[in-house]
Design a protein around this ligand. Structure first.
Ligand code: FEO
Length: 409
């Protein structure tokens, strides 16, 4: 038996779907699954805000049926065209043939490209309002948070913000609210989501946060995961820090290894950084997926990346990590490249070039050691780690104020 709709506010219901089995969201591992949240507003007009992925359309419609005949839906608000939300729009429009789709002109084009259907539209621009009875829906465009057509719907009478993907988390749970799930898990998953989905768009996120700060909001109901009602200042504060690329004075070492040499160098770097009082997170690419490493960058100002040389280049795992990072564009990092090699030795240099291409500060020369490091070389590596610890402190002093993972406000 499916979970019943959940009433968020009088006459406003969560009617989304829970994807317990989702383990991969276009390359982003989701070991906890996800939800696609949709919200039914029962007023003089019946409004469905957002939808779910195609395979879960009936789950959504069954929840709507618990409240009202879907044929009575007047408006379907499409805040975002990505198919995890819009995939069920054709099925919903069959069930609600009289409904108009309320969306941005850009999203209309996207829906037409995806679904090739003739639907009735009510196109809205940023700042437009639509009266639905006792309530008003106000639309705020949020370009590139995280697609060009992304939009939020705000209901001022309810102090309710429906920002689609922003503030979301990929987690399947019976809990619908942040305080039911717990701040720590909600924040952790919101960070993982931010790092994998929203990281490149810090400037645009800051604009959204500026807009949200002008609104009266006591509930933020995103399109994935739990609804924020008890930790709104906490999650907004996290988003501001992530958008500004603020990170604590900690280090992250990412590496792969063929015969253990690059691992030894990574361990000596860790020892040196810890000598200098810097906490270090270590992620080997053989045991950590790239999508689970990226969130560590939110909490690490220094990022050290190491590779052996294979066939005149980096190991493919390291190349994949760097390709992913280049797309996500983390900023304000102190970088360092290292590696080991047999004869060519190009791998570490290629890592260095990738770090520089991302605009990171890379103050120390690469460490690149042939075959296997000896005791003296490992001591030199450790010394480089100590130097990096010192540089990290200086880098932080001249940079932004640094904060650790947020505790709830
Ligand atoms: Fe949840 Fe951008 O889709």
């Amino acid at each position: 038996m499916e979970m019943k709709p959940v009433e968020l506010k009088k006459g406003i219901y969560w009617v989304g779907a829970i994807d317990w089995d989702l383990r991969n969201f276009h390359g982003y591992l989701t070991p906890r699954g996800s939800t696609y949240n949709a919200y039914l507003i029962v007023d003089e007009k019946i409004v469905l805000v957002d939808a779910v992925k195609q395979t879960l359309a009936e789950e959504l419609l069954n929840r709507v049926r618990d409240i009202i005949d879907p044929a009575k839906i007047d408006y379907l608000v499409v805040n975002h065209v990505e198919p995890d939300h819009s995939g069920s729009v054709p099925r919903i429009m069959e069930a609600a043939p009289g409904a108009k789709i309320v969306t941005s002109p850009r999203a209309q084009k996207g829906l037409q490209r995806y679904y090739k259907k003739e639907w009735n539209y009510l196109l809205v621009n940023s700042g437009d309002e639509l009266k639905i009875g006792a309530r008003t829906m106000k639309f705020v465009h949020m370009p590139m948070v995280h697609w060009p057509e992304s939009m939020a719907t705000y209901i001022p009478e309810e102090k309710l913000l429906l920002p689609n993907d922003a503030f979301g988390q990929h987690i399947a749970s019976v809990e619908r609210f942040d305080d039911e799930l717990g701040w720590e898990i909600a924040r952790e998953e919101a960070g993982i989501y931010y790092a994998n989905i929203v990281y490149p768009y810090g400037n645009q996120v800051n604009k959204v946060l500026d807009t949200v700060s002008q609104l009266q909001v006591d509930m933020i109901a995103p399109s994935h995961g739990v609804i924020w009602r008890s930790h709104i200042p906490g999650i907004i504060s996290c988003y501001r820090k992530w958008a500004n690329h603020e990170a604590p004075a900690k280090a992250l070492i990412i590496y792969d290894t063929m015969w253990g040499s690059t691992r030894k160098i990574a361990q000596a770097l860790q020892d040196g950084l810890e000598d200098g009082g810097v906490p270090v997170t270590v992620r080997c690419l053989q045991t950590n997926h790239i999508s689970r490493i990226v969130p560590d960058l939110l909490y690490s100002r220094a990022v050290l990346i190491g590779t052996p040389t294979l066939n005149n280049g980096m190991l493919p795992t390291v190349a994949a990590m760097l390709t992913y990072l280049k797309g996500l564009r983390p900023k304000k990092k102190l970088g360092f490249a290292f590696g080991s090699y047999g004869w060519g030795g190009q791998g570490a240099t290629q890592v260095l070039e990738a770090l520089q291409e991302m605009g990171w500060e890379v103050p120390l020369e690469i460490i690149n050691i042939q075959y296997h490091p000896n005791k003296k070389e490992l001591e030199q590596v450790r010394e480089a780690g100590r130097k990096l610890a010192l540089m990290l402190k200086l880098f932080n002093e001249k940079g932004d104020e640094v904060h650790g993972p947020e505790s709830s406000a």
